[in-house]
Ligand binder design. Structure first.
Ligand code: ADP
Ligand code: MG
Length: 335
């Protein structure tokens, strides 16, 4: 008897193994340059979709949003400002941005363009502006001015805009929407430091996302296991410059006109919403560790965060407790 059953069992095992193989989809990936940084799209195609077509779709969508946001950068001429106010996509995004400005008490402010420009972050010719230059520029900025211009549909009153702090988040949200509409259920978008997860791995398990070490951007200091989330990090290590031993971050405190200088090295935000995660990572960096903790505990928005400080201590929020791993000292878990 035994000898007759054995071959059947073997065939059954072989069949299971083969179907297992057939189900396993290999990811396809594409890397390209946009928004001044390297973008990577990795997707797990299902049997019906054409992987190359899906990658094209994602790349085209990133390039399209890049061009759209670039058209709104720093323009003050009446015609360009009128175009922003009349463009339904740009004005919706600006509205969203200004809501977040109000909710973060101006820590996130898309009107910081003149200040970012004065420090030379656009041209790359970095300089330290004089205090009187900064105070004059501070008079010209402020998210409330953009709010009034929008409410009055007055292009003459629209301040110069910088949507850079939500650009990658916005691109991630529209790319995910496009991929989802086309039947893609599993993808990772890595848009220059912003990671956005569409669904989970094809087998239903979580993706692993590495959190870049702000002091060694080639390494990671932590990992998160997640599905369907945006994971966005803002840090002083990116695009900063150094003069006379002082490091100047590209993230500006809109109240002082100075680059942010607090105990934070980086802030990572985990949220369902890509735009919110991107805006908040910038805003919380401006707020500093205590302000960020207070903002989290206010419960105004649903998000989680990882704060890394200059002494390399790490603070996380309770939603990440079971999906976060690090070899660094955990200073606390915020509730
Ligand atoms: P990155 O784009 O480097 O990942 P962020 O998303 O934090 O980092 O965006 C930083 C960019 O946003 C800066 O380069 C600048 O153009 C703009 N910016 C700087 N400070 C602020 C601020 N307080 N609010 C909104 N935008 C800002
Ligand atoms: Mg941001």
């Amino acid at each position: 008897m035994k000898s007759r059953i054995a071959p059947f069992i073997f065939i059954l095992f072989l069949l299971t193994a083969l179907t297992g193989c057939a189900k396993k989809t290999e990811p396809v990936r594409r890397e390209f340059f946009s928004m001044d940084t390297v973008m990577q799209v990795i997707l797990y195609p299902d049997r019906d979709s054409d992987p190359a077509k899906m990658l094209d779709l994602a790349e085209q969508e990133v390039l399209r949003t890049d061009a759209l946001l670039t058209s709104a950068m720093g323009t003050a001429e009446r015609d360009s400002a009128a175009k922003i106010l009349n463009d339904s996509e740009l004005s919706a995004l600006l509205n969203r941005a200004l809501l977040i400005s109000a909710d973060t008490d101006g820590a996130f402010d898309p009107t910081v363009w003149p200040i970012v420009d004065a420090w030379g972050f656009y041209s790359g010719s970095h300089r330290i502006p004089k205090e009187d230059e900064l105070s004059a520029l501070l008079q010209t900025i402020g998210w409330e001015k953009a709010r009034s211009a929008m409410n009055a549909s007055d292009p003459d009153a629209l301040p110069k805009l910088d949507l850079g702090a939500i650009g990658k988040g916005y691109a991630a949200s529209t790319v995910k929407e496009k991929l989802h509409e086309n039947g893609v259920t599993s993808a990772i978008l890595s848009l220059g430091g912003n990671v956005s997860l569409l669904g989970s791995r094809p087998d239903g398990s979580d993706f692993t996302v590495g959190i870049r070490d702000p002091e060694d951007p080639a390494a990671y200091f932590a990992t998160l296991s997640l599905s369907d989330k945006a994971v966005v990090t803002s840090g002083s290590y990116e695009r900063s410059f150094e003069q006379d031993g002082v490091r100047y971050s590209h993230i500006i405190d809109p109240k002082t006109g100075h680059p942010v200088d607090n105990s934070l090295l980086s802030v990572t935000v985990v949220a369902d919403d890509d735009i919110l995660a991107d805006a908040l990572s910038t805003a919380l960096f401006v707020m500093g560790p205590d302000g960020a903790a207070q903002f989290y505990q206010s419960g105004l928005y649903d998000f989680d965060m990882i704060l890394m400080e200059k002494d390399r201590s790490v603070t996380i929020t309770q939603g990440l407790k079971n999906c976060f791993e690090t070899a660094e000292t955990l200073k606390g878990i915020l509730k």
